[in-house]
Design a protein around this ligand. Structure first.
Ligand code: GLY
Ligand code: MN
Ligand code: MN
Length: 441
């Protein structure tokens, strides 16, 4: 992350805190930054800031805890690491308690070392706690203590927490509707990802390693100023494309095969998520093209369905209809497409959903179903459309001629007041145009 607060304005975080405080009632929200994790002895994984903490505060350092509680007095209490020249020699500058109040707009800032005593005291004054169990072991313990004390004394004194709820109850709905600054971040991630795809697909050729496309893609992300890849880049040549989250990327691309590439840049903690499938030597075989065109038609059907008022389930059903009919046309399935779709006969070949929400997390928060009904799309939501067809071999006899072919096409969409905006539409999807991306930039 290059800019303080990830490039967001302080007012954005203040507004989100106000909305959250309004929903807290007499409860208290605790958001830890999450620990630095180790990948091998004392070598750390790259620290990734916590999405919820960032969403409400802009804090991106480890070793922080934010507390929100409505009412008189301090509403935004921030615990953060103190400056430490010895530690900063190794890991870089910290914000420190002195600067954090102004930078993050906290009502009060305490050193993280004061957390236990102060949090225990704050907890006794709250009726409910919004906290995710398992976030930090020692906070788990404080919350448990407060709960048992609340049960023991609360009935006489009317104090102490009575329950713990997931912070997502407060935050997920807010996070589903993206504001202008968030959309600008996602658009930037989308532009960088499109450019990464152009550069990576341009080097695809027989004899090139899957890892080389990954390296070009992720190099392009970093050179363009992105934080990096938002998830492990998938480069699957040939039948590796049929492994949905194939991330080994250690095979060599073969002429006559397809390569599926699924990647997304992370910019200021916001994501893009694109998949394209192209012929390694620049020309589709008849079988590959036939499969590709079914997936492309499914993608188009989803896009035609997606608009405010449509449900995310309807978007998926649009792809299932096209894919099932396509499997019949390809001679893979026999019967009426509607009946086959009801019987979920497409699932061996199309085993995943069409969409997920996209934002601070690649698979972003938010319910897909509410009180038993599929979620209705609203302006400001961002989601992927990513139908696919995968022939792993075996199964229906009619599928044999497609064995080893895996195709997915994925783009990112913003729901607008009148329809949908394809944020990654600068990268083409038609068979002929994706074939042209191979070997040239
Ligand atoms: N890259 C994971 C996904 O597309 O959902
Ligand atoms: Mn993807
Ligand atoms: Mn996706």
């Amino acid at each position: 992350m290059h800019e303080p607060l990830g490039g967001f304005s302080p007012d954005t975080f203040r507004r989100r805190r106000e909305l959250t405080l309004a929903g807290l009632d007499d409860g208290m929200l605790i958001l830890p930054a999450g620990p630095v994790r180790y990948r091998s002895r004392d070598t750390e994984y790259t620290y990734r800031p916590d999405s919820e903490l960032f969403y409400l505060s802009g804090v991106t350092e480890p070793g922080a805890v934010a507390v929100l509680r409505p009412g008189e007095g301090e509403q935004f209490i921030l615990f953060i690491r103190e400056r430490d020249p010895e530690a900063e020699l190794w890991s870089g500058e910290r914000v420190g308690t002195g600067r954090a109040r102004e930078l993050y707009g906290a009502d009060v800032v305490h050193p993280i070392g004061d957390l236990d005593g102060r949090l225990a005291e704050l907890l006794t004054g709250s009726r409910s706690i919004y906290y995710r169990w398992g976030a930090e072991q020692h906070i788990d313990r404080l919350v448990l203590d407060a709960l048992s004390r609340g049960r023991a004394r609360g009935s006489r004194r009317g104090t102490g927490p009575r329950g713990v709820m997931d912070p997502g109850e407060l935050l997920d709905e807010l996070r589903m509707i993206k504001d202008d600054e968030e959309i600008e971040h996602i658009r930037r991630a989308a532009r960088i990802t499109v450019d990464g795809f152009r550069k990576a697909l341009a080097i695809a050729a027989p004899g090139i390693g899957e890892w080389e496309l990954e390296a070009v893609m992720e190099g392009a992300f970093r050179r363009a100023g992105a934080d990096g890849a938002g998830y492990q880049t998938i480069v699957g040549g040939g039948k590796n494309a049929c492994v949905l989250h194939y991330v080994q990327n250690r095979c060599t691309l073969q002429g006559g095969e397809l390569v599926l590439v699924d990647a997304g840049a992370e910019v200021g903690l916001y994501h893009a998520d694109i998949t394209r499938t192209v012929p390694v030597s620049g020309r589709f075989t008849d079988e590959q093209r036939a499969v590709y065109e079914v997936v492309e038609a499914a993608h188009a059907a989803a896009v035609a369905t997606a608009r405010p008022g449509a449900t995310i389930g309807a978007v998926h059903q649009a792809t299932v209809g096209v894919i099932t009919a396509g499997l019949v046309d390809l001679g893979v399935l026999e019967g009426l497409p509607e009946t086959l779709a009801e019987e979920e006969k497409h699932k061996p070949f199309y085993p995943h959903q069409t969409s997920h929400w996209l934002g601070l997390d690649v698979h972003d928060v938010g319910d897909y179903v509410q009180v038993g009904r599929s979620r209705t799309l609203e302006p400001g939501m961002v989601f992927t459309v990513e139908p696919g067809l995968y022939f792993r071999g075996g199964g229906e006899a009619g599928a044999a001629r497609f064995a080893g072919i895996g195709v997915r096409i994925e783009d990112d969409f913003l729901v607008t007041s009148s329809g949908c905006d394809n944020l990654t539409g600068a990268l083409p999807t038609s068979a002929d145009s994706v074939a042209e991306l191979v070997g040239r930039e």
